[in-house]
Design a protein around this ligand. Structure first.
Ligand SMILES: Nc1ncnc2c1ncn2[C@@H]1O[C@H](COP(=O)(O)OS(=O)(=O)O)[C@@H](OP(=O)(O)O)[C@H]1O
Ligand SMILES: Nc1ncnc2c1ncn2[C@@H]1O[C@H](COP(=O)(O)OP(=O)(O)O)[C@@H](O)[C@H]1O
Length: 213
């Protein structure tokens, strides 16, 4: 368990988990999932900027939503306006970004939701940390793959151009590392395939694994 040091009321520094006992409520994850007729999980989209994480996650969410499933999409850009608005792109900040999102996703899974997350999440260690927060088969890592040249050509926000010009530092794929998943639950060749194929691949997996009917 993560030990976070905080100031106690008496001004003494203690681990945040001291003197706190988990309360088991009677309405639990299984009961909530049963109501929703779905098996909650986190669909963790990871890939370079411009690989298509938001596009594929958004199109998938549309499909699931239309079919009546309860979903929520946590998107990197959006989360950085609020929950993670204090964080930048250093290693420590990206790590904290993913940790917070992982904890939020875990709460949403507990609420019975099918969660989609679209974060570059460039480090294996942080993705594995999120996996470890969740139960068996609740964390579905999806590598949205498109090579750097394709992402750079797409460049919908003009960020690669700025990174190449040295106006943005620590840009993933340029002067900051991206560690591709080794054994993701799903691999999407989203540099060559249309979005519809990527979405279909995920829908097929979700129904094979019993997350949706
Ligand atoms: N230095 C640097 N490196 C990478 N990306 C950058 C950077 N600065 C800004 N952006 C924009 O921020 C989006 C990535 O945020 P994430 O929260 O997904 O990043 S991370 O997971 O914490 O690495 C990313 O969005 P996507 O293009 O949707 O991936 C960029 O638009
Ligand atoms: N399979 C695809 N084929 C062609 N273009 C795509 C595909 N997937 C995404 N795109 C386009 O690539 C660009 C980047 O997609 P986006 O979803 O914003 O990527 P990310 O969230 O990974 O940064 C967008 O302009 C989007 O329309």
């Amino acid at each position: 368990m993560t030990t976070i040091i905080k100031e106690s009321d008496a001004g003494v520094t203690v681990p945040a988990t001291d003197n706190i006992v988990w309360h088991q409520h009677s309405v639990d994850k299984a009961a909530r999932a049963e109501n929703k007729q779905q098996q909650p999980c986190v669909l963790w989209f990871t890939g370079l900027s411009g690989s298509g994480k938001s596009t594929v996650a958004g199109a998938l969410e549309n499909e699931l939503h239309k079919a009546g499933y309860h979903t929520y999409l946590l998107d990197g850009d959006n989360v950085r306006f609020g929950l993670c608005g204090d964080l930048g792109f250093s290693y420590a900040d990206r790590k904290e970004n993913i940790r917070r999102v992982g904890e939020v996703a875990k709460l949403m899974v507990d609420a019975g939701v099918i969660v989609l997350t679209a974060f570059i999440s460039p480090h294996r260690q942080e993705r594995e940390l999120v996996r470890s927060l969740l139960g068996d088969s609740e964390f579905i890592e999806i590598h949205v793959d498109a090579d750097l040249a394709t992402c750079e050509q797409r460049d919908p926000k003009g960020l690669y151009k700025k990174a190449r010009a040295g106006e943005i530092k620590n840009f993933t794929g340029i002067d900051s590392v991206y560690e591709a998943p080794i054994e993701p639950e799903l691999y999407l060749d989203n540099g060559n395939n249309p979005v519809s194929i990527s979405v279909q691949q995920i829908v097929t997996y979700l129904s094979q694994q019993g997350h949706i009917k």
